[in-house]
Design a protein around this ligand. Sequence first.
Ligand SMILES: Cc1ncc(COP(=O)(O)O)c(C=O)c1O
Length: 395
Amino acid sequence: METYYRPTRAEISFDALRHNINAFRRVMPAGVPIMASVKANAYGHGAVEIAREAVRCGINYLGVAFLDEAIQIRKSGIDAPILVLGFVGPEGLPIARELGITIALFREDVLEAAAALPPSSKRLKTHIKVDTGMGRLGLLPEEDWEAFIERAVHTPGVEVEGLFTHFARADEADKSYTELQYSRFNKFADYVKMKELPISIIHAGNSATGIDTPEWAGGMLRLGISMYGLYPSVEVNKQRIELEPIMSLKTEVVMVKDVPPGWGISYGSRYVASGNERIGTLPIGYADGFSRMLTGKAEALVRGHKVPVRGAICMDQCMIALDSAANAEGPVQSGEEVVLIGRQGDECITVDEVAAKLGTINYEVTCMLAARVPRVYTREEKIVAVSNALAIGLG
Ligand SMILES: Cc1ncc(COP(=O)(O)O)c(C=O)c1O
């Protein structure tokens, strides 16, 4: 197991991950496979460890954004099917074929490059991507998509295993746009069925679809944000699926100081103590993904109390007010645990709260967590794996 010396770490619960996957399995029509979206370092949670655990939980497919992410997972010894949801260019096709990585196919030149690959005992696996209203990637309903699909299916050395689309507004309470996308997608799907083309997985849904309209996910649910225990928006019906956030961001107080009135805290003295104040220094800053834009807004949990971050958040450190956390045990001391995201005692700071302070969505908050923050994975509250991208060696 990798080791780490920094008190700052992201703790990730494999039990909560399993809980979330099982929760989706219960609401999905029986037998519908689930893809775990582990792109962007598994939304900041650590791609290889999450992929490995998701496969242990019975996930059928892994999804990533680009080929390098797929190669990283394959090279770590995970042999589950992997679909690259984004663009793969002609130069990526030989290695994708070699490593059994499935690519999204929607560009003519890529299909031509696939047709021109040197002969091999392996076929290039593809899922054709269609744009039903996301306006991002895929064949449009207006173009000659029938010809493209037929050409792909009949290209020797190419296997068209799937056909998929992506919903742009599935997380909204008003489902009319998603319904429109779903009906457009059905035209593609109906064509495949009518022509009896050998395309076995026709899929459309993301987390929001699994929560609100599982019947529109088609032949596979692509589960992202909610596998990590977060809802895709405030508009989805949270009563349908109870999620458990899987990540906590923790650190500890590395120095305490009692400062006199008028003492400036951090760059620019943006906070000045109004009286005698006990201040704690935390070894986490914006280079860890604890954004400087949280200055004046962020809170931390100490002894189960919410306390404010004081002064500008630095690159590697920030300061917190400790007086309100003092209790019968006396004032807070260095070495005490601090939670920046997650639960401590009866209090909790959610990813959604942090996102609201930053004016962004929960997805971005977990994705921002920098590589240099060690990820510590737990099962039944015991550490079962550690990932430290600084690769300092064995513990
Ligand atoms: C093509 C595609 N499918 C599925 C997902 C998973 O979406 P979510 O994280 O909202 O479940 C994503 C993520 O953005 C995606 O780009």
